[in-house]
Design a protein around this ligand. Sequence first.
Ligand code: GRF
Length: 197
Amino acid sequence: MTTIAIMVSGNGSNMEAICDHVINKDLEADIAFVASDNTDAPALEKAKRKNIRTVTLPYRTKGRKEAETLLCRLLEEGNVDWLILAGFMKLLSSAFVSEYRDRIVNIHPSLLPSFPGTTGIEDAWNYGVKLTGVTVHLVDEKMDNGPILAQEPVRIEKEDTLSSLTEKVHRTEHELYWKTLSSLFRGKLEYVDRRSR
Ligand code: GRF
């Protein structure tokens, strides 16, 4: 069985969707823990309600180096195979990424490489594109940059508002993430990376 840990910073709707599919057993995985850099993340309460172990990493009090040292320890102790970022708003250090190369996955609310950064949905909306979407990718040293595992388009219709688009993108994320992870964990996912990273 694949063991995962999930990293969050805020709301946790993607974390929740993944956990629900694990609990329903349509995603075969064990969840070692959900970790947050932010003590106040609503995601932590949501995970606790599902009886999943939660951890707050001491980013605020002790800084990134110590937070990542603790994270490495927890990943080793839990024999974690994959680290799943689900709205985790901190950039992992190069040292950490190279230690866990090709074992960290992230979801981003746009069709990368368009609209990287923390406001992907708003940026696509403000630009006026007709098509945006969701990307699931491996994490490398740069933000929103690693090899793409899966993408799903979301069309922006005439009647959409920023709020209806945001809802559509999140709904798409909640389906695409667990399905991509399921293929990845079963060794069924092929991806091409023609860029030098
Ligand atoms: C999602 O849009 C995800 O793509 C991005 O951060 C947002 C997190 O939302 N990385 P939630 O915390 O999962 O609700």
